[in-house]
Design a protein around this ligand. Structure first.
Ligand SMILES: Cc1cc2nc3c(=O)[nH]c(=O)nc-3n(C[C@H](O)[C@H](O)[C@H](O)COP(=O)(O)O)c2cc1C
Ligand SMILES: Nc1ncnc2c1ncn2[C@@H]1O[C@H](COP(=O)(O)OP(=O)(O)OP(=O)(O)O)[C@@H](O)[C@H]1O
Length: 301
């Protein structure tokens, strides 16, 4: 079977921020021009997590969200998720290009960032990549760094913002709202009796949990509709004494059954920290106030 031609962006692309966007847009342009499929290679494990053997880098997005963000915002059609294992870790950089990208994945044009290092011991770099692409007769672009407020946009920086609950600033650097996609799970149903039913989502293991607290969010349903929601991330000290983190959104102006549906939640602004209330009445009153804050936030946008 004839191999499909692909224009491929190279990197990990955690969060799919505006710096990544510069690469992915270029991929789209070149794919159009060459009649090739716009694609990106990412890895199932963050290279640092495998090399250091402990997951030290909690990610902004799951592989599913990463791929979906690349599709939705930049029209990337194929997201090739490479299995980052011992073989991949020991693959010399030349082989990664000639065998993996060109041979296995039909690369006819490669796009990488100014600081992209790859292959065994990170010996591959933009200079070497450009030279090798010249030898192989395939196109190559190295994209200069993208900055905002004199800061180089990076997944590392955005992770610190999300961890501190600075969602609006994180979203400015991402170029889109921070996103969590998950299948709705069952909660204890206490929310319904209190007057605020909630959808329960989870951050996958290895994905960064934003600062605990209450957020103005938007929930997108499988049918493409969306509603504002007010969402708590945390351990619910008023009703629980464990340390299990939950993500619970009270969707405004909605009633219906969402259990089992896959929804996308977008985080916009942190409204307050999580608190232990003296009574369920006091908790409910505050949740209703936060719901109105959320409504006002989206009405003003
Ligand atoms: C917008 C919102 C804010 C919340 N804030 C807090 C809080 O500050 N402290 C707390 O202990 N629980 C908080 N919760 C969690 C509630 O205690 C929980 O949703 C309620 O007990 C229902 O739980 P259930 O869905 O498992 O039945 C909040 C929930 C929502 C939706
Ligand atoms: N601000 C940026 N401007 C231009 N290119 C970028 C920028 N940030 C990343 N890239 C490029 O995008 C690709 C993916 O990069 P990578 O996933 O390592 O992102 P990163 O934000 O630098 O991550 P980290 O902060 O974890 O190092 C690489 O080719 C990289 O050079």
């Amino acid at each position: 079977m004839q191999q499909e031609k692909r224009v491929i962006a190279l990197g990990f692309f955690d969060g799919v921020h505006l710096g990544h966007g510069a690469l992915l847009r270029r991929v789209g342009e070149m794919a159009d021009r060459l009649g090739a499929v716009p694609a990106a290679v990412t890895f199932d494990t963050h290279p640092e997590n495998l090399i250091l053997k402990v997951p030290t880098v909690p990610l902004l997005s799951s592989p599913l969200d990463r791929a979906e963000l690349m599709r939705r915002y930049y029209g990337i059609r194929d997201v090739i998720v490479a299995h980052f294992d011992e073989r991949m870790m020991h693959m010399p950089w030349r082989e990664f290009v000639t065998d993996y990208l060109v041979g296995e994945n039909g690369a006819v044009y490669l796009v990488a960032g100014h600081d992209f290092h790859f292959g065994y011991k990170g010996e591959g770099n933009p200079e070497r990549l450009r030279e090798l692409c010249g030898e192989l007769g395939i196109g190559c672009d190295i994209i200069p760094k993208v900055e905002r407020d004199h800061i180089t946009i990076s997944s590392t920086y955005i992770r610190t913002l999300v961890a501190q609950g600075e969602m609006e600033r994180a979203n400015e650097f991402l170029g889109h709202p921070h996103t969590l996609t998950d299948t709705v799970a069952h909660g204890k149903k206490l929310g319904s009796t209190l007057g605020f039913p909630t959808v329960n989502l989870r951050f996958q293991p290895g994905v960064l949990v934003p600062a605990h607290g209450v957020y103005a969010t938007k929930v997108w349903f499988e049918n493409g509709e969306s509603r504002p929601a007010v969402t708590n991330i945390g351990v619910r000290p008023t009703v629980d004494d464990g340390d299990k983190v939950t993500v619970e959104g009270f969707i405004l102006d909605f009633c219906g059954d969402l259990y089992g549906q896959t929804v996308r939640m977008e985080f916009y602004r942190r409204l307050r920290g999580e608190r232990k209330f003296d009574s369920l009445e006091a908790l409910k009153e505050e949740v209703m106030h936060n719901a109105e804050q959320t409504r006002a936030y989206f009405n003003a946008r």
